[in-house]
Design a protein around this ligand. Structure first.
Ligand code: ATP
Ligand code: LTN
Length: 327
């Protein structure tokens, strides 16, 4: 039996090469090894205000990009969270088994609500219960997440354990796994900050759907230093970050890359990197255009994904309701 892996990704902001090189590439590569469930978490997105049209467009765009990147709907399940009502239903039930004290310790809420103060929504506070529902509905073994989400997976385990203790074995306990493979890609405008999809400055990230001209010009303007030689030196974060991007797109070894640019300047390197990234993203962009040329095609793939996920989710939800005495 293959291990079940559940990954959730929010349809907000623009998907960038950091998401691709740090996560999506490995999701695609691991499809044969694991039983993957990928979920575009639109219910999580509305924990902060969203424009309805933009949310709907971004949800389809993200799903399309994941398919274009190589998520194979025959091997993996990919669906939209709000298409399966069991997520919201189980989240409610779990709410009733999560002590306030556990939730109050969640650091993401503290960070995200800091500026919003009293205006932060109850949904934002309750975000981890919905995430626990996502994970527990599918008998998940492994949840690959960044360090920032580990606390939420631990809360998921805690509520699963608590429920199992009260009602007998119901939920499988998931493990958080922090993938070591994916590099952390930094912002082009500020290489000391992680490349992030919620950053507004247009020079910050290369988005997966950027045109070749945009990619080239963003890279030419990327922040570096005033030194000359092109070496993998973590003490020089700007040029180091660009070299890592070069490394991950070409698969070349570091000494080979350094040798290739001995005696050359930053401008030469950036120009060549531009071509590497443009060509590296070309297959994905071509595939995305093919997939979206028929506006109903992505929706039909998503509806199939939901049809495969729904029976799994409903089975878990039915078992939970029975134990709790609902219905
Ligand atoms: P935000 O900054 O708005 O929270 P994000 O860009 O960090 O968003 P997430 O939705 O949190 O994106 O992450 C999706 C996946 O992409 C996660 O697996 C995360 O580890 C990975 N990822 C995000 N940013 C980077 C990055 N700069 N380098 C490598 N991997 C990244
Ligand atoms: N909170 C996650 C997205 C997410 C998720 C999940 C990840 C929602 N549900 C279930 C793993 C498993 C994030 O912001 N990256």
């Amino acid at each position: 039996m293959k291990k079940r892996v559940f990954s959730g990704i929010q349809p907000t902001g623009n998907i960038h090469i950091g998401n691709y090189l740090g996560a999506i590439k490995y999701w695609v590569a691991s499809q044969a090894e694991y039983d993957n469930v990928f979920c575009v978490v639109d219910l999580h997105a509305i924990t902060v205000p969203q424009d309805p049209k933009v949310l709907k467009t971004k949800t389809r765009e993200l799903a399309g990009l994941l398919f274009a990147a190589g998520i194979d709907p025959k091997q993996s399940i990919l669906f939209i969270q709000s298409h399966i009502s069991a997520h919201a239903e189980l989240a409610w039930i779990l709410n009733c088994f999560i002590p306030m004290g556990w939730m109050q310790r969640m650091t993401q809420f503290k960070e995200k609500s800091h500026d919003l103060k009293e205006q932060a929504s109850v949904g934002l506070f309750d975000y981890p219960a919905l995430m626990a529902a996502d994970i527990l509905l599918y008998d998940t073994d492994v949840v690959p997440v960044g360090e920032d989400q580990k606390q939420h997976v631990e809360l998921t385990r805690d509520v699963a354990l608590r429920f199992n203790n009260i009602y007998g074995d119901t939920f499988r306990l998931p493990e958080p796994v922090i993938p070591q493979v994916g590099a952390r890609i930094m912002g082009l405008d500020d290489p000391t900050k992680k490349m992030s999809k919620s950053e507004a400055n247009p020079g910050h990230a290369i988005n997966l759907l950027d045109s070749p001209e945009t990619i080239r010009s963003k890279l030419m303007r990327a922040t570096t230093d005033s030194l000359r030689d092109i070496r993998f030196d973590e003490g020089r974060p700007g040029i180091y970050n660009l070299l890592v991007i070069y490394e991950l797109f070409t698969g070349l070894r570091r000494p080979e890359i350094e040798a290739r640019f001995t005696g050359k300047g930053y401008a030469d390197f950036k120009r060549e990197l531009g071509e590497i990234v443009v060509e590296g993203l070309r297959p994905l962009q071509t595939r995305y255009r093919e997939l979206t040329s028929d506006p109903t095609y992505i929706d039909s793939l998503l509806s199939e994904g939901a049809s495969r996920a729904r029976p799994l989710a409903e089975k878990t939800l039915a078992a939970v309701k029975k134990k709790v005495g609902l219905g």
